[in-house]
Design a protein around this ligand. Structure first.
Ligand SMILES: Cc1ncc(COP(=O)(O)O)c(C=O)c1O
Length: 396
């Protein structure tokens, strides 16, 4: 029999996966072109051509025994050195290979960080709306999720509430910028304020409170808006990065964690995170993909395609009378539902073959997430469905 913990998880299986299955069902009934599935965050821009070229080149050039074999749990040293140098060049930081641990995407990066720092009952602050898997990752290590709501006008954390929720049990604060699902980016000013509060609270409680910055969308920003590098604002910061979105390699499971030497007891933390990588069962990040990353470190996907999608979908949504903050990054619109019950709104949208994710699953009811990592054509085709949906609620 499965464990009680898993029983609960099976019962509450992710709503996003459910939507995925629902989408497939609707497509079988109505045909691929008549279903508008905006539920999944799977990249729609192809990986850069250099990814394929690098795979071929590496396979031809490298010794297969060492290429495909086990390695240090933190990954290939030369790859980590290249990543450190690339970050240093862009953000004037001072990392070397030892500050970088290669991971199986951001999901495993978050898990190994949380495994390394949490004792049972330790609290982790999340800023709602947030990626719902955080609940599972924190509970994996018997941590407790404490949620602080972002302000509705700009989706920045409510700093007063944030400060009030830091207690002697707070071990970490988990932020995500650019944000899934809102697309907002934390400015220098907000990071400075978060840092000031956390520094004060560390002193008050006399232990480290870590800032974990989850950054799979770092490269997905529009109009060259700056995404500040969080380690520059707060010493006890982990950066969790991934190539799932930045190089459209979500299925390849590759990313890294940055642990700066300025972090308290950084050597011990680096060792713990490296061991956590092994013992959660990842062992090390995929070897071929690490080598590919080293070749493709400065490559970019076609960001313009996401920007075009964003602009079109935003125009449709706003013209239909819905309310939405225009996202600065990532590939989601976060739209206020005209009725309080976001799940009910999603049910009604389904009548028009429109699939959204209710924001209750991001701990922020009253909104839906509409993912625009889809084809531009699908967005165009969905216009009439959005208009029909809006007529149920809004007098145009
Ligand atoms: C905010 C956020 N964090 C982490 C992840 C996990 O990313 P990865 O594919 O790198 O594990 C996702 C994936 O969608 C995400 O949206």
């Amino acid at each position: 029999m499965i464990s009680n913990k898993m029983k609960k998880l099976v019962q509450n299986n992710s709503i996003i996966r459910e939507m995925f299955e629902e989408g497939k069902k609707l497509k079988d009934i109505y045909g691929e072109n008549n279903v508008y599935d905006f539920s999944l965050g799977n990249p729609s821009a192809p990986p850069p051509q250099k990814v394929k070229e690098s795979i071929v080149k590496i396979m031809e050039k490298e010794d297969p025994i060492s290429l495909h074999g086990y390695m240090s749990n933190s990954g290939f040293k030369d790859v980590r050195e290249k990543i450190a140098n690339s970050i240093n060049k862009k953000f004037s930081t001072n990392f070397n290979f030892s500050n970088i641990i290669m991971t199986v995407g951001a999901a495993s990066g978050l898990n190994i960080v949380l495994k390394s720092i949490l004792n049972p009952e330790d609290e982790v602050i999340t800023i709602a709306p947030y990626f719902s898997e955080y609940n599972n990752y924190i509970q994996n290590y018997d941590g407790i999720v404490v949620t602080v709501k972002a302000n509705e006008q700009d989706f920045m954390p409510n700093l007063k509430e944030f400060e009030q929720n830091i207690t002697s049990k707070t071990k970490a604060v988990l932020i995500n910028t650019p944000n899934n699902p809102t697309g907002v980016i934390y400015s220098k000013e907000i990071l400075e304020k978060i840092s000031d509060i956390m520094e004060r609270k560390q002193k008050e409680y006399n232990h480290e409170i870590y800032l974990i910055s989850d950054e799979p969308y770092r490269e997905l920003v529009y109009n060259n808006i700056e995404v500040p590098y969080v380690t520059k604002y707060y010493k006890n910061t982990f950066i969790v990065y991934s190539y799932s979105k930045s190089l459209s390699l979500a299925g390849e499971r590759i990313g890294y964690v940055v642990i700066p030497k300025e972090m308290e007891d950084s050597q011990e933390v680096i060792e713990a995170v490296t061991i956590a990588n092994r013992i959660i069962g990842s062992v090390n990040a995929p070897s071929l993909m690490q080598k590919v990353i080293a070749e493709c470190i400065e490559e970019k996907i076609d960001l313009e395609s996401y920007k075009k999608n964003r602009d079109l979908l935003y125009e449709i949504v706003i013209n239909c009378g819905f309310k939405c903050v225009k996202p600065q990054g990532a590939f989601y619109l976060f739209v206020k539902t005209p009725i309080d019950d976001d799940k009910e709104f999603c049910k009604i949208a389904k009548k028009y073959n429109l699939l959204f994710v209710p924001a209750s699953s991001f701990s922020y009811p009253g909104y839906v997430r509409i993912a625009y990592c889809v084809s531009y054509d699908m967005i165009e085709r969905s216009r009439s469905a959005f208009i029909a949906l809006s007529k149920e609620f809004i007098n145009n």
